[in-house]
Design a protein around this ligand. Structure first.
Ligand SMILES: [Zn+2]
Length: 330
Protein backbone atom coordinates (compact mmCIF):
# COMPACT_ATOMS: atom_id res chain seq x y z
CA UNK A 1 0.00 0.00 0.00
CA UNK A 2 1.32 3.39 -0.91
CA UNK A 3 0.37 6.37 1.12
CA UNK A 4 -0.67 9.14 -1.18
CA UNK A 5 -3.05 12.02 -1.19
CA UNK A 6 -6.64 10.98 -0.84
CA UNK A 7 -8.86 12.34 -3.55
CA UNK A 8 -10.95 15.22 -2.37
CA UNK A 9 -13.45 14.61 -5.10
CA UNK A 10 -15.73 11.68 -5.53
CA UNK A 11 -16.88 9.89 -8.62
CA UNK A 12 -20.31 9.66 -7.17
CA UNK A 13 -21.07 13.35 -7.25
CA UNK A 14 -21.11 13.08 -11.00
CA UNK A 15 -23.79 10.51 -11.22
CA UNK A 16 -26.66 12.67 -10.18
CA UNK A 17 -29.80 13.60 -11.98
CA UNK A 18 -32.05 11.15 -13.76
CA UNK A 19 -29.33 8.56 -14.00
CA UNK A 20 -27.80 10.23 -17.02
CA UNK A 21 -24.07 10.35 -17.13
CA UNK A 22 -23.22 12.09 -20.34
CA UNK A 23 -20.08 14.17 -20.54
CA UNK A 24 -21.95 17.09 -19.04
CA UNK A 25 -23.69 15.13 -16.34
CA UNK A 26 -24.40 18.40 -14.61
CA UNK A 27 -27.20 19.85 -16.71
CA UNK A 28 -28.52 21.40 -13.54
CA UNK A 29 -28.36 25.19 -13.46
CA UNK A 30 -26.40 25.08 -10.24
CA UNK A 31 -22.71 25.66 -10.93
CA UNK A 32 -20.64 22.74 -9.65
CA UNK A 33 -18.48 23.75 -6.76
CA UNK A 34 -14.95 24.38 -7.99
CA UNK A 35 -12.35 22.32 -6.19
CA UNK A 36 -10.62 24.03 -3.32
CA UNK A 37 -7.18 23.04 -4.50
CA UNK A 38 -5.41 20.85 -7.03
CA UNK A 39 -2.50 18.95 -5.50
CA UNK A 40 0.53 17.60 -7.36
CA UNK A 41 1.97 14.23 -6.41
CA UNK A 42 5.19 13.19 -8.20
CA UNK A 43 4.82 9.49 -9.09
CA UNK A 44 7.94 8.16 -10.84
CA UNK A 45 9.80 8.64 -14.10
CA UNK A 46 8.11 11.27 -16.26
CA UNK A 47 4.84 11.04 -14.38
CA UNK A 48 3.00 13.14 -11.82
CA UNK A 49 -0.57 12.90 -10.59
CA UNK A 50 -2.97 15.80 -10.04
CA UNK A 51 -5.55 15.30 -7.32
CA UNK A 52 -8.61 17.40 -6.53
CA UNK A 53 -9.85 18.37 -10.01
CA UNK A 54 -12.62 15.76 -10.14
CA UNK A 55 -11.11 12.53 -11.44
CA UNK A 56 -7.38 12.05 -10.97
CA UNK A 57 -5.26 13.51 -13.77
CA UNK A 58 -2.00 11.93 -14.94
CA UNK A 59 0.63 14.31 -16.30
CA UNK A 60 3.61 13.13 -18.36
CA UNK A 61 6.30 15.75 -18.98
CA UNK A 62 9.58 15.76 -20.90
CA UNK A 63 11.47 17.39 -23.75
CA UNK A 64 8.70 16.74 -26.27
CA UNK A 65 6.03 18.52 -24.26
CA UNK A 66 3.17 17.64 -21.95
CA UNK A 67 0.68 14.77 -22.16
CA UNK A 68 -2.35 14.54 -19.87
CA UNK A 69 -4.55 11.56 -19.13
CA UNK A 70 -7.94 13.13 -18.40
CA UNK A 71 -8.66 16.79 -17.75
CA UNK A 72 -10.87 16.90 -14.65
CA UNK A 73 -13.98 18.99 -14.13
CA UNK A 74 -14.47 22.03 -16.36
CA UNK A 75 -14.56 24.24 -13.29
CA UNK A 76 -11.05 23.11 -12.31
CA UNK A 77 -9.27 23.93 -15.58
CA UNK A 78 -7.52 27.09 -14.36
CA UNK A 79 -6.11 25.22 -11.39
CA UNK A 80 -5.16 22.22 -13.50
CA UNK A 81 -3.32 24.44 -15.96
CA UNK A 82 -1.51 26.22 -13.14
CA UNK A 83 -0.44 22.86 -11.73
CA UNK A 84 0.75 21.67 -15.15
CA UNK A 85 2.70 24.90 -15.60
CA UNK A 86 4.46 24.36 -12.30
CA UNK A 87 5.66 20.98 -13.64
CA UNK A 88 6.68 22.05 -17.16
CA UNK A 89 6.73 25.10 -19.39
CA UNK A 90 6.59 22.94 -22.53
CA UNK A 91 3.57 22.87 -24.85
CA UNK A 92 0.64 20.61 -24.02
CA UNK A 93 0.56 18.22 -27.00
CA UNK A 94 -1.71 15.33 -26.08
CA UNK A 95 -4.74 14.59 -23.96
CA UNK A 96 -6.00 11.03 -23.56
CA UNK A 97 -9.59 10.62 -22.32
CA UNK A 98 -10.09 7.47 -20.25
CA UNK A 99 -13.88 7.73 -20.69
CA UNK A 100 -16.74 10.13 -21.19
CA UNK A 101 -17.69 11.25 -17.67
CA UNK A 102 -17.60 14.96 -16.95
CA UNK A 103 -15.20 14.68 -14.02
CA UNK A 104 -12.64 13.24 -16.48
CA UNK A 105 -13.23 15.16 -19.73
CA UNK A 106 -14.70 18.41 -18.41
CA UNK A 107 -11.44 20.28 -18.94
CA UNK A 108 -10.90 19.05 -22.51
CA UNK A 109 -11.80 22.30 -24.22
CA UNK A 110 -9.92 24.76 -22.04
CA UNK A 111 -6.85 22.59 -21.64
CA UNK A 112 -6.56 21.47 -25.27
CA UNK A 113 -6.91 25.07 -26.42
CA UNK A 114 -3.95 26.04 -24.29
CA UNK A 115 -1.86 23.50 -26.21
CA UNK A 116 -0.93 22.65 -29.77
CA UNK A 117 -0.99 19.52 -31.89
CA UNK A 118 2.35 18.30 -33.17
CA UNK A 119 1.86 19.36 -36.78
CA UNK A 120 4.01 20.73 -39.50
CA UNK A 121 4.95 20.46 -43.15
CA UNK A 122 2.29 18.72 -45.15
CA UNK A 123 -0.25 18.54 -42.37
CA UNK A 124 -0.32 22.28 -41.81
CA UNK A 125 -0.02 22.91 -45.54
CA UNK A 126 -3.00 20.73 -46.32
CA UNK A 127 -5.37 21.60 -43.53
CA UNK A 128 -4.21 25.07 -42.62
CA UNK A 129 -2.89 26.59 -39.45
CA UNK A 130 -5.98 25.51 -37.49
CA UNK A 131 -4.64 21.96 -37.66
CA UNK A 132 -2.30 22.75 -34.81
CA UNK A 133 -4.42 25.17 -32.80
CA UNK A 134 -5.19 22.76 -30.00
CA UNK A 135 -3.67 19.70 -28.38
CA UNK A 136 -4.69 16.36 -29.88
CA UNK A 137 -7.41 14.65 -27.81
CA UNK A 138 -7.29 10.86 -28.07
CA UNK A 139 -10.21 8.68 -27.03
CA UNK A 140 -12.02 5.53 -27.91
CA UNK A 141 -14.61 6.17 -30.62
CA UNK A 142 -17.67 5.91 -28.36
CA UNK A 143 -16.42 8.83 -26.26
CA UNK A 144 -16.68 11.07 -29.33
CA UNK A 145 -20.03 9.54 -30.28
CA UNK A 146 -21.48 10.40 -26.89
CA UNK A 147 -19.92 13.85 -26.54
CA UNK A 148 -21.08 14.92 -29.99
CA UNK A 149 -24.66 13.73 -29.52
CA UNK A 150 -27.35 15.23 -27.33
CA UNK A 151 -28.90 12.68 -24.99
CA UNK A 152 -31.94 12.90 -22.77
CA UNK A 153 -31.43 15.74 -20.32
CA UNK A 154 -27.95 16.43 -21.54
CA UNK A 155 -26.84 18.53 -24.52
CA UNK A 156 -23.91 17.62 -26.73
CA UNK A 157 -20.54 18.89 -25.55
CA UNK A 158 -19.13 21.96 -27.30
CA UNK A 159 -17.11 20.90 -30.32
CA UNK A 160 -13.88 22.21 -28.82
CA UNK A 161 -14.16 19.54 -26.12
CA UNK A 162 -14.54 16.60 -28.48
CA UNK A 163 -11.81 14.03 -29.03
CA UNK A 164 -9.92 14.90 -32.21
CA UNK A 165 -8.42 11.48 -32.86
CA UNK A 166 -10.29 8.28 -32.03
CA UNK A 167 -9.70 4.57 -32.37
CA UNK A 168 -11.97 1.56 -32.66
CA UNK A 169 -9.09 -0.87 -32.18
CA UNK A 170 -8.27 -2.46 -28.84
CA UNK A 171 -4.81 -0.88 -28.66
CA UNK A 172 -3.07 2.22 -29.85
CA UNK A 173 0.51 3.30 -29.23
CA UNK A 174 2.46 6.55 -29.45
CA UNK A 175 6.05 7.40 -28.53
CA UNK A 176 6.36 10.64 -26.59
CA UNK A 177 8.87 12.07 -24.12
CA UNK A 178 11.23 9.19 -24.78
CA UNK A 179 8.81 6.45 -23.83
CA UNK A 180 6.17 4.25 -25.37
CA UNK A 181 2.64 5.10 -24.32
CA UNK A 182 0.02 2.39 -24.79
CA UNK A 183 -3.71 3.12 -24.88
CA UNK A 184 -5.62 -0.06 -24.13
CA UNK A 185 -9.37 -0.20 -24.67
CA UNK A 186 -11.35 -2.41 -22.30
CA UNK A 187 -14.75 -3.20 -23.84
CA UNK A 188 -17.96 -2.71 -21.82
CA UNK A 189 -16.45 -2.07 -18.37
CA UNK A 190 -17.05 1.15 -16.39
CA UNK A 191 -18.59 2.48 -19.64
CA UNK A 192 -18.34 1.35 -23.25
CA UNK A 193 -15.43 3.70 -23.98
CA UNK A 194 -12.78 2.98 -21.35
CA UNK A 195 -9.07 3.34 -22.00
CA UNK A 196 -6.22 2.30 -19.70
CA UNK A 197 -2.93 4.13 -20.34
CA UNK A 198 0.46 2.46 -19.75
CA UNK A 199 3.67 4.53 -19.64
CA UNK A 200 6.24 1.90 -20.39
CA UNK A 201 9.52 3.54 -19.36
CA UNK A 202 8.10 5.34 -16.34
CA UNK A 203 6.29 2.10 -15.40
CA UNK A 204 3.02 3.77 -14.49
CA UNK A 205 -0.53 2.74 -15.39
CA UNK A 206 -3.39 5.24 -15.41
CA UNK A 207 -6.60 3.27 -15.08
CA UNK A 208 -9.54 5.66 -15.39
CA UNK A 209 -12.57 4.56 -13.37
CA UNK A 210 -12.11 0.83 -13.96
CA UNK A 211 -10.13 1.06 -10.71
CA UNK A 212 -10.90 3.45 -7.84
CA UNK A 213 -9.86 3.24 -4.20
CA UNK A 214 -12.76 5.05 -2.58
CA UNK A 215 -15.71 2.80 -3.33
CA UNK A 216 -17.14 -0.08 -5.30
CA UNK A 217 -16.54 0.20 -9.03
CA UNK A 218 -19.25 2.19 -10.74
CA UNK A 219 -20.85 0.17 -13.52
CA UNK A 220 -22.52 2.70 -15.79
CA UNK A 221 -25.08 0.41 -17.40
CA UNK A 222 -26.74 3.30 -19.23
CA UNK A 223 -23.49 3.94 -21.07
CA UNK A 224 -22.57 0.39 -21.92
CA UNK A 225 -20.84 -0.65 -18.69
CA UNK A 226 -20.76 -4.22 -17.37
CA UNK A 227 -19.18 -5.79 -14.26
CA UNK A 228 -17.54 -8.47 -16.41
CA UNK A 229 -15.66 -5.78 -18.31
CA UNK A 230 -14.58 -4.11 -15.05
CA UNK A 231 -13.12 -7.45 -13.93
CA UNK A 232 -11.45 -7.94 -17.33
CA UNK A 233 -9.91 -4.48 -16.94
CA UNK A 234 -8.67 -5.20 -13.41
CA UNK A 235 -7.23 -8.50 -14.66
CA UNK A 236 -5.45 -6.63 -17.43
CA UNK A 237 -3.95 -4.10 -15.03
CA UNK A 238 -2.70 -6.85 -12.73
CA UNK A 239 -1.25 -8.73 -15.71
CA UNK A 240 0.67 -5.67 -16.92
CA UNK A 241 2.03 -4.57 -13.55
CA UNK A 242 5.20 -5.96 -11.98
CA UNK A 243 5.70 -5.57 -8.23
CA UNK A 244 9.07 -4.73 -6.75
CA UNK A 245 10.79 -7.73 -5.20
CA UNK A 246 9.44 -8.30 -1.69
CA UNK A 247 8.60 -4.66 -1.16
CA UNK A 248 6.13 -1.99 -2.10
CA UNK A 249 6.54 -0.31 -5.45
CA UNK A 250 7.36 -1.53 -8.92
CA UNK A 251 4.69 -0.54 -11.40
CA UNK A 252 2.64 2.29 -9.90
CA UNK A 253 -1.07 2.59 -10.56
CA UNK A 254 -3.01 5.86 -10.73
CA UNK A 255 -6.70 5.11 -10.10
CA UNK A 256 -9.59 7.15 -11.51
CA UNK A 257 -10.32 8.36 -7.99
CA UNK A 258 -8.45 7.92 -4.74
CA UNK A 259 -4.83 7.44 -3.80
CA UNK A 260 -1.76 6.27 -5.68
CA UNK A 261 -1.40 2.47 -5.59
CA UNK A 262 0.89 -0.40 -6.42
CA UNK A 263 -0.19 -3.74 -7.82
CA UNK A 264 -0.91 -5.29 -4.41
CA UNK A 265 -3.67 -2.72 -3.93
CA UNK A 266 -5.19 -3.59 -7.30
CA UNK A 267 -5.04 -7.33 -6.53
CA UNK A 268 -6.98 -6.81 -3.30
CA UNK A 269 -9.61 -4.78 -5.14
CA UNK A 270 -9.75 -7.27 -8.03
CA UNK A 271 -10.38 -10.13 -5.60
CA UNK A 272 -13.09 -8.17 -3.81
CA UNK A 273 -14.93 -7.47 -7.06
CA UNK A 274 -14.60 -11.08 -8.23
CA UNK A 275 -15.84 -12.45 -4.89
CA UNK A 276 -18.91 -10.23 -4.97
CA UNK A 277 -19.56 -11.04 -8.62
CA UNK A 278 -19.37 -14.77 -7.84
CA UNK A 279 -21.70 -14.49 -4.85
CA UNK A 280 -24.30 -12.72 -6.96
CA UNK A 281 -23.82 -15.19 -9.82
CA UNK A 282 -24.50 -18.05 -7.40
CA UNK A 283 -27.66 -16.32 -6.15
CA UNK A 284 -28.87 -15.88 -9.73
CA UNK A 285 -28.27 -19.58 -10.35
CA UNK A 286 -30.51 -20.32 -7.35
CA UNK A 287 -33.22 -18.32 -9.05
CA UNK A 288 -33.17 -15.35 -6.66
CA UNK A 289 -34.78 -12.13 -7.86
CA UNK A 290 -33.04 -8.75 -7.86
CA UNK A 291 -34.91 -7.78 -4.70
CA UNK A 292 -33.87 -10.99 -2.96
CA UNK A 293 -30.24 -10.56 -3.96
CA UNK A 294 -30.14 -6.96 -2.74
CA UNK A 295 -31.82 -8.03 0.52
CA UNK A 296 -29.21 -10.77 1.02
CA UNK A 297 -26.50 -8.07 1.16
CA UNK A 298 -23.74 -9.88 -0.73
CA UNK A 299 -21.35 -6.96 -0.13
CA UNK A 300 -21.88 -6.77 3.62
CA UNK A 301 -18.35 -7.70 4.74
CA UNK A 302 -16.83 -5.14 2.37
CA UNK A 303 -19.26 -2.32 3.09
CA UNK A 304 -17.27 -0.81 5.99
CA UNK A 305 -14.42 -0.18 3.56
CA UNK A 306 -16.15 0.45 0.24
CA UNK A 307 -19.81 1.04 0.98
CA UNK A 308 -21.30 4.48 0.96
CA UNK A 309 -24.74 4.68 2.55
CA UNK A 310 -25.29 8.13 1.09
CA UNK A 311 -24.69 9.52 -2.35
CA UNK A 312 -25.46 7.90 -5.65
CA UNK A 313 -23.41 4.70 -5.53
CA UNK A 314 -24.71 2.84 -2.49
CA UNK A 315 -23.94 -0.87 -2.00
CA UNK A 316 -27.50 -1.67 -3.10
CA UNK A 317 -26.97 0.20 -6.37
CA UNK A 318 -23.70 -1.64 -6.93
CA UNK A 319 -25.32 -5.00 -6.25
CA UNK A 320 -28.16 -4.17 -8.63
CA UNK A 321 -25.68 -3.19 -11.35
CA UNK A 322 -23.77 -6.46 -10.92
CA UNK A 323 -27.02 -8.41 -11.04
CA UNK A 324 -28.17 -6.63 -14.19
CA UNK A 325 -24.74 -7.07 -15.79
CA UNK A 326 -24.85 -10.81 -15.22
CA UNK A 327 -28.44 -11.14 -16.40
CA UNK A 328 -27.54 -9.20 -19.54
CA UNK A 329 -24.72 -11.66 -20.17
CA UNK A 330 -26.86 -14.73 -19.82
ZN1 LIG B 1 -16.40 7.65 -14.56
Amino acid sequence: MIRGIASAACALTLLTGAGTVAWSAAPAPATPTPPAEVHILPVQGNIAMLVGAGGNITVQTGNDGVLLVDTGLATASDKVLAAVRSLSDKTIRYIIDTHVHADHVGGNEAISKSGKTVAGGNVVGDIGASASSQATIYAYQTVLDRMSTAAAGSPAAPQGAWPTDTNTTLERKIFFNNEGVEMIHVPAAHTDGDTIVFFRRSDVISTGDIFVTNGYPIVDLDHGGNIQGVIAGLNRIVAMAIPADEQEGGTLIIPGHGRLCDVADVVYYQEMVIIIRDRIQAMIKKGMSLEQVVAAKPTRDYDPRYGSATGFWTPDKFVAAVYKSLRAKS
